[in-house]
Design a protein around this ligand. Structure first.
Ligand code: MOS
Length: 693
C-alpha cells in the first residue's frame, strides 16, 4: 500500500542539523577503530628509518616471545600482492607493501607485528630491530631538477594558445614571480584504522576511508580476489582531506594479518605513521609570467609548475589547471612537470593542484595590480572571460563577478587605499587582500537503489561515505525531494561497498554523483508501474551532458595584522563569497566552506612538512612540529552564497567540498603584502620569513 505524502516544504535548500550529530556529540557514533569485533588481534606497523636502501635483516626472533605476540609479517612471509593493482592514476607501487627488501622512501612499512593487545603489538614493534643497507637518496626538489618530466596527460596536460612570447613582449607591464608551496599533510583528526577478517570465502573489513566501493575494488585486485568476495564498511569517518581516498597501508596490512593468523586483526596507525605512510600534498615550485596592457587587460599568462612525485606511482598535482579557465587572455601557456624523488607517493589533499596553483596565480595577479597601480578587484573584473579561454567552450554558469562584487560590498573594499604599508594600529601593520578562484564541478557514475517499504518509508541505498561533511543529511534531503516525501520517510543506507559501485567522497563530486543516481532512481520509482524497488546505475547515462566548462567560484577577502617586532601574522577577518550551484543545506554548506577557508589559512601561515636533506626524513611528523591552525589562530569567518545553479547536474549542485580551501592562501598572502610591503612567494608565511622581509 502506498502512503505517499507530499512534502510540506522542500528539504533541499533548508538548514537542518546533521542526522548523526547527536550520536557524535554523545560519543555513541562508532568510528572504524571503535567497532567491537570478537577475537580481535592487533597489528602494529614498523616503518623504515632509512630513505633509500635495502632490508638486510629483521630480528624477528628477538620479539617473537615478547608478551602477547602472535607473529611478525615482513617481506619474507607476506602474502603475494598483485603489482598491477592501483587506482585511476594507474598501477600504484605505493600499495605493494612487504613484497621485497627494497626501501623506496623513509616511512615505508617494513613489518607488521601482531599481538593480543594494541599495547603488546606496539611494544614489540618498537623493539623490532631492522638492519638496513642505506643507499644514496634524492629528496631535493626544484623546478630545475634534471629528472623532471612532463606530467602524464591524464589531466592538466600542457596547453598553448596564442603566441605567449610575442604577447609578453608587446605588453605594457610584465610581472614574473616564482612561488613555492611545501609538502603538506592531510591531518584528519581520526588516524587511519582498519579491521579485517574472513567470513568463509569473503573478506570483510571496516576501514576509515572516503570511498568503500572503490577501495574494495582496489583491495580485491591487490589480493587477486574477485570484487564480490570483498566487503568494506565504514560507518563514521573522522575526516579524510584526500588521505583516505586511497587503499591505505592499515587496510592492506590488516588483510595480510587476518589471512595469515586466521582471525580478525585491527591495524590503527599512530599519528606519526599517518604523516609518514599515508598521503601528502607534494611540494610545488611554480613560475608565472603575466603581461598586460596599461589598462589591465591581460595579453599573456605563462605558468610553469613542477611538483614532486614518487617513481612508485603516478600522481598529478594539477597546479596549472586553474590558469586555463580563470581569466581571459589571448595567449596562455601552461606546463606541468613531475619530479621523481625518493619520497612517499604524494596523493590528493584538500583541493589538490588547485590550492597551490591558485596561490601562485592569485599572488601574481596581485603583483600585476600593484605594478599597474590598479585595484586588484578591478583587475579581475576587466579580465572576466566570456567562454573558456583555452577550450572556447561555454561556461555552464559563471558567477565569479557576483562573488567579487558582493564580497567587496560586505568586506568594505571600496575604501581601501591600494598602496602598501600605510595602515597601522599601534605597533601592528594592517592590510587587506583578495583572491578570486574556481574549482571544477561534475558528477561521476554511481549506483543507487530505492525500495518502497510497506510502512510508507523509502529505503535509499548508495555506497557513499560521510567524512563528517554531512553527506547523510544532504542525501536524505535530496532523496526526500526527489520522491516528494518528507525527510522523516527516508531510510538512508550508505558506507558499505556491497551497496554497489559509487564515486567516493572526493573531488568535490560526492554529493552531485550520489544525487544523480538517487534522483534517477526516484524518477523511475514515481514513473510508470510504480515499481516497489528500483536500481539505477548512472554509468549507463554517461555522455548525455553537453560539453561545457563547469566550475564553482568564490572570492575570498582577508584582513591581517603583522607585528614587525615578532613577525607574527594574524588573520583578523576572513570573508568568502561562493557560487556553488544549488545549496543543499545552508548550515552544512557553510560549515564546509568555512572549514575549507580554515584549511587555506592554515596553508598560508602554518603548514609545512619539513624534510631533513641529509637523512631525507621528515623532522616534524606530529602535531607538535607540524602546525595546523588552532582555535586561537582563526577569527570569526564569514561565508555567503550568491544565487547559482548548475544546469547540467542533478538538482543544480556544484559541490562545496574543496572550493573553500582554494584562494584563501593567496588572499592572506596579498593582505600580508598590503600590510608590510613585502611579498611572500613561499608558503607558509612564517615568523622568520616576515622578520627577514
Ligand atoms: Mo579530496 S582532496 O578530493 O579527497
Amino acid at each position: 500500500m502506498s502512503t505517499y505524502t507530499p512534502p510540506t516544504t522542500a528539504a533541499v535548500g533548508t538548514a537542518r542539523p546533521r542526522v548523526e550529530g547527536r550520536a557524535k556529540v554523545t560519543g555513541r557514533a562508532r568510528y572504524s577503530a571503535d567497532e567491537p569485533v570478537p577475537g580481535l588481534a592487533h597489528g602494529a606497523v614498523v616503518l623504515s628509518t632509512v630513505t633509500r636502501g635495502r632490508i638486510l635483516d629483521l630480528d624477528v626472533a628477538a620479539v617473537q616471545d615478547l608478551p602477547g605476540v602472535l607473529g611478525v609479517i615482513d617481506h619474507r612471509n607476506a602474502p603475494q600482492l598483485n603489482p598491477q593493482a592501483g587506482h585511476f592514476f594507474g598501477p600504484d607501487g605505493g600499495l605493494f607493501l612487504l613484497q621485497n627488501d627494497v626501501i623506496p622512501h623513509a616511512g615505508r612499512p617494513v613489518a607488521l607485528v601482531v599481538a593480543q593487545t594494541p599495547e603488546q603489538a606496539r611494544a614489540a614493534a618498537e623493539a623490532l630491530r631492522v638492519l638496513y643497507e642505506a643507499q644514496p637518496h634524492d629528496t631535493g626538489f626544484s623546478l630545475a631538477h634534471p629528472a623532471g618530466r612532463t606530467a602524464s596527460a591524464l589531466f592538466d596536460g600542457p596547453v598553448e594558445i596564442g603566441d605567449v612570447d610575442a604577447e609578453l613582449a608587446a605588453s605594457a607591464v610584465q610581472v614574473t614571480g616564482r612561488y613555492g608551496t611545501p609538502e603538506e599533510h592531510c591531518s584528519a583528526m581520526e588516524p587511519h584504522s582498519a579491521t579485517a577478517w574472513w567470513e568463509g570465502e569473503r573478506l570483510q573489513a571496516i576501514d576509515s576511508n572516503q570511498g568503500p566501493y572503490q577501495i574494495a575494488v582496489t583491495l580485491a585486485a591487490l589480493f587477486n580476489l574477485p570484487p564480490e568476495r570483498v566487503r568494506i564498511r565504514v560507518e563514521h569517518v573522522g575526516g579524510g582531506f584526500g588521505s583516505k581516498g586511497m587503499c591505505g597501508p592499515q587496510l592492506i596490512l590488516a588483510v595480510m594479518a587476518a589471512t595469515m593468523f586466521e582471525r580478525p586483526v585491527r591495524v590503527t596507525l599512530t599519528r606519526e605513521q599517518v604523516f609518514l605512510a599515508t598521503a601528502h600534498r607534494p611540494a610545488t615550485d611554480q613560475v608565472i609570467r603575466i603581461g598586460a596592457d596599461a589598462d589591465g587587460r591581460l595579453r599573456a599568462i605563462d605558468h610553469e609548475a613542477a611538483f614532486e612525485v614518487s617513481p612508485l606511482a603516478d600522481y598529478i598535482e594539477a597546479c596549472t589547471e586553474l590558469t586555463k579557465t580563470l581569466y581571459a587572455a589571448p595567449a596562455i601557456r601552461t606546463r606541468l612537470t613531475a619530479v621523481p624523488l625518493d619520497i612517499l607517493p604524494p596523493y590528493s589533499m584538500r583541493a589538490p593542484g588547485t590550492a597551490p596553483g591558485s596561490f601562485a596565480l592569485e599572488s601574481a595577479m596581485d603583483e600585476l595590480a600593484e605594478r599597474l597601480e590598479l585595484d586588484p578587484l578591478e583587475l579581475r573584473l576587466r579580465n572576466e572571460p566570456v567562454v573558456g579561454p583555452v577550450t572556447g567552450l561555454p561556461f555552464s554558469s559563471r558567477n565569479l563577478v557576483a562573488c567579487l562584487r558582493l564580497g567587496a560590498r560586505r568586506f568594505g573594499w571600496a575604501d581601501r587605499d591600494h598602496r602598501p604599508r600605510l595602515r597601522r594600529e599601534g605597533a601592528l601593520l594592517v592590510g587587506t587582500g583578495l583572491a578570486a578562484t574556481s574549482f571544477s564541478a561534475g558528477a561521476f557514475p554511481s549506483t543507487a537503489s530505492i525500495t518502497a517499504e510497506p510502512d510508507g518509508t523509502f529505503t535509499v541505498v548508495v555506497a557513499a561515505a560521510d567524512l563528517g561533511t554531512g553527506a547523510r543529511t544532504a542525501l536524505a534531503a535530496i532523496a526526500a525531494d526527489a520522491l516528494e516525501v518528507g525527510v522523516e520517510q527516508i531510510r538512508l543506507r550508505i558506507s558499505d561497498s556491497d551497496l554497489g559501485p559509487a564515486w567516493s567522497a572526493g573531488g568535490s563530486r560526492g554529493t552531485a554523483s550520489w544525487a544523480w543516481a538517487i534522483t534517477e532512481a526516484a524518477a523511475r520509482m514515481r514513473g510508470p508501474g510504480r515499481p516497489a524497488t528500483v536500481t539505477v546505475d548512472t554509468s549507463a547515462l554517461l555522455g548525455e551532458l553537453p560539453s561545457m566548462e563547469r566550475h564553482a567560484y568564490s572570492a575570498v577577502f582577508a584582513e591581517v595584522t603583522a607585528d614587525p617586532a615578532t613577525g607574527e601574522v594574524r588573520v583578523r577577518r576572513l570573508l568568502g563569497v561562493f557560487a556553488v550551484g544549488r545549496v543543499v543545506n545552508p548550515l552544512m554548506a557553510r560549515s564546509q566552506v568555512v572549514g575549507g577557508m580554515i584549511g587555506g589559512l592554515s596553508m598560508a601561515l602554518h603548514e609545512e612538512g619539513v624534510r631533513d636533506p641529509v637523512s631525507g626524513r621528515h623532522v616534524n611528523p606530529d602535531f607538535a612540529g607540524y602546525h595546523i591552525a588552532a582555535h586561537a589562530d582563526v577569527p570569526g569567518i564569514e561565508a555567503e552564497f550568491v544565487p547559482d545553479h548548475e544546469p547540467g547536474l542533478p538538482m543544480g549542485i556544484k559541490g562545496v567540498g574543496e572550493i573553500g580551501n582554494v584562494g584563501t592562501a593567496a588572499a592572506i598572502a596579498n593582505a600580508v603584502w598590503h600590510a608590510t610591503g613585502v611579498r611572500h612567494r613561499q608558503l607558509p608565511i612564517r615568523l622568520d620569513r616576515v622578520l627577514e622581509g
